[in-house]
Write a protein that binds this ligand. Sequence first.
Ligand code: 5GP
Ligand code: MG
Length: 183
Amino acid sequence: MRKDVHRVLLDREAIASRVTALGRAIADDLESTGGPSREIVLVPILTGSIVFVADLIRHLPQRLRIGVMSVSSYPGRSLESKSALIHGSLPDDLAGRHVLIVDDILDTGQTLALVRRIVLEHHAAQVRTCVLLRKSRPRVEEVDVDYVGFDIPDVFVVGYGLDYNDYYRNLPDLVTLRPEAMR
Ligand code: 5GP
Ligand code: MG
């Protein structure tokens, strides 16, 4: 796997300190705005956000629950994200809850916009969004993101949960791949 790496974009130490800061910001906001119920429901979008969300929740001292959603591009190689498909379902008692949708990366914006709409249909009291990475490129769908880990250039990245053809999720750093590895 190491030989497939072109460049380390963000190393594990940089990620860890940013995730700590994000967790604190989310926890502080919740303390100040949560009202009587400071409980939140985290909605991680599978599979890319698993590593991020595993680290993030350990910086959130509040009572929380997790309801995962699975949104995938149409089958095949996914260097570009295509129309999203939703799988699975949310907890059925989201009404009145504070929900935080968590994804690995904001690219075209379609995934986050779609999940946000679905959560809102469940009458959540408040829906916030958090992504580890935000690519600098035009969005197909505009979506407000409340918490962003890093702004990155428009390059394809893997590691820390993000994949290429389902591989490389276990790399601890966020990296770009050599072109030979993406054939
Ligand atoms: P969007 O719907 O915003 O276009 O796409 C978001 C999804 O596309 C992410 O959750 C991720 O699955 C995938 N994606 C977008 N850019 C990248 C990237 O650079 N690397 C990887 N591994 N996945 C990406
Ligand atoms: Mg994804």
